[in-house]
Structure formats: C-alpha cells, structure tokens
Design a protein around this ligand. Sequence first.
Ligand code: NI
Length: 174
Amino acid sequence: MMLDILKYPDKRLRERSAPVKPEEINSVAFQRLLDDMFATMYAAPGVGLAAVQVGVLQRFMVLDVGIPEGELIKRDPKVLINPEFVSKEGEVVWEEGCLSCPDLTVPVKRAQRVVVKGLDREGKPYELTGEDLLAVALQHEVDHMDGILILDKLSRLKQDLYKDKVKKGQVVVR
Ligand code: NI
C-alpha cells in the first residue's frame, strides 16, 4: 500500500520520534508498515524514508542507495531501527533533496563515513558502515527522527524564500 508522505510545513515533521519497543518489531502491523514504506520510497522515488515522514513518530527508517552492478543498480534494501551513530569521520558536501520538502535541494555538509548501530527488521542488532551517499542518507534520516529538515541547513534568507513559495502554493509536488 502506498502511504502519504508528510510535507513541510506539517508540524509532525518537527517532532522528536520515540524509540521502537523491540517486542513490536515482529508484529504483523510493523512488518506491513515496513513493506509499505519501501513501496512508497521506491515509487517516489527516493533512497531513504524515515517513519515520521509517513506520520509514525518512531525511530526507524527504510533505505536503499543501491549497489552498482555494471550498468545496472541492484537493489539493496535496508531497515534500521533505533539507530545510533558509533562513529563519524571526514567531511562531504552533498546536494540533498527530501521527499518532505518538494522542489528543494540543499548542499549539506555531513560526515563522509559513518558507522551506525541499530536493529534490523527481525529485531537483531547490527552495525552498518556507510560512505558518501549511504553515509549522507543515514545522517539525513536520523535528522528526521530529531525533527530536523534540510530546509534548516539553508541561510535564513533562502529559508524564507522557500517558506514563502510554499505559502503561495508555488512548490511543485510530484
Ligand atoms: Ni528527507
């Protein structure tokens, strides 16, 4: 099932999400929600989706930055529940977009390499190491869990321009 993606200025996007209780993870409802989030993310299309973006104020994400295989990009779906950064290294500036901020790209400075720990979709702990796009996506999605949007990384002036555009209904929502 496709889910509606919350868009700025929806106030729920500014909330801090709560940890998932591990005993919830194996429930039919939670597993279905993960499948629906993947379907919604792939259709958008996007490389990551935090639960808050579909109105669920809990700390988990789906993501898939793909694995290049020759000329193709193979799917590489990942679920990360209750993520916590173990380390962050280096620096990279990426032109980021967000499914909750249509019509906006922002150059954001992030760590180039991160190690993050959390639970997989079976509730098993694991560690994930990401560089470049994967590192960026992980940091972007964890920001969502703390109510932070790429919009916040813009200068005041550019933030105001975007807010104004949204208010006037000039933002193109695909
Ligand atoms: Ni986003």
